[in-house]
Design a protein around this ligand. Structure first.
Ligand SMILES: Nc1ncnc2c1ncn2[C@@H]1O[C@H](COP(=O)(O)OP(=O)(O)OP(=O)(O)O)[C@@H](O)[C@H]1O
Ligand SMILES: [Mg+2]
Length: 268
């Protein structure tokens, strides 16, 4: 990128790095001094109780909701800042949108544009933000739709699709921007149980294709099979992290143990 800002303390070599992130809503510290790093190609599962700060972390990383304190680097680029000859200055909204183009985001609710077809949903941002030629965007969208198993749905409207199909379109739409990292916020928790696997299958394939991924999820078997690392949040802090199988089988923190027991009970 033309304006790839370096940092005062040196650029990060990780795909995602956050240092000293604080985000407060009134007196609630949704993020309480979080340091966090994700290497290129790494898949990190983020788990924790409701209200522990998982969604806030994702929103701070992509600057949809900028942190009160701390710094975020995406692919070595300091978010929200631009380096000039006179030093680092705050980025404008437009510049932040451009920084965000490297980050794909998939939410619990699919957020597709209801008045646009599947194809229009996918090509809109690449044309508007990446200035991609329409023909090229359509070609890329066809390939992406095939890769998520929806080659025959390009002319459908979102309301004509199942939840699982809509979520796969949402993933294809995020990928159409050619992001360097994908953030998923509970992508399967609004789905009927029988539709969960088709979405997880697409995410598994993406991980196999070496996409860097952060996945907030309650799907522990997915986390164990696919994630390289599991990060456990509690009250705005990371209290435990490690290889998923180890954290899941033998959590060392009492609050992680209690959380895992609740999850396991629910899964029975
Ligand atoms: N826009 C907001 N305004 C006020 N408080 C907020 C806002 N967003 C989050 N919070 C608060 O910040 C804390 C962390 O919220 P967050 O949504 O990050 O939790 P979460 O771990 O994603 O929870 P869940 O599993 O329910 O999605 C909560 O106490 C929440 O009430
Ligand atoms: Mg959340």
């Amino acid at each position: 990128m033309a304006d790839s800002a370096q940092t005062l303390d040196g650029p990060s070599r990780s795909m995602v790095e956050a240092r000293g992130l604080v985000k407060a809503y009134g007196h609630v510290r949704a993020l309480d001094t979080v340091d966090f790093r994700v290497e290129t190609g790494e898949v990190v599962a983020i788990v924790g109780a409701s209200g522990s700060g998982k969604s806030t972390l994702l929103r701070c990383l992509n600057y949809l909701d900028p942190p009160n304190e701390g710094d975020v680097w995406i692919n070595g680029h300091l978010m929200g800042a631009v380096e000039t000859v006179n030093g680092v200055r705050k980025a404008s909204e437009r510049e932040i949108r451009r920084h965000r183009a490297d980050i794909g985001m998939v939410f619990q609710h699919f957020n597709l544009f209801p008045h646009m077809t599947v194809m229009q949903n996918i090509i809109e941002a690449p044309i508007a933000v990446r200035a991609m030629a329409r023909g090229e965007a359509i070609e890329a969208a066809r390939e992406l739709l095939a890769s998520v198993g929806l080659a025959d749905k390009q002319d459908a409207f979102p309301a004509e699709l199942s939840g699982g199909q809509q979520q796969r379109v949402a993933i294809a739409r995020a990928l159409a921007m050619r992001p360097r990292v994908m953030l998923f916020d509970e992508p399967t928790s609004a789905l009927d149980p029988e539709l969960v696997d088709e979405v997880l299958r697409v995410m598994r394939q993406l991980a196999q294709d070496s996409m860097t991924m952060l996945v907030v999820t309650h799907e522990m078997s997915f986390a164990e099979d696919v994630a390289d690392r599991l990060v456990f949040f509690d009250k705005g802090k990371i209290i435990e992290q490690g290889k998923p199988a180890e954290v899941l089988r033998a959590p060392s923190h009492q609050r992680t143990q209690a959380f895992m027991q609740r999850i396991l009970r629910r899964g029975q």
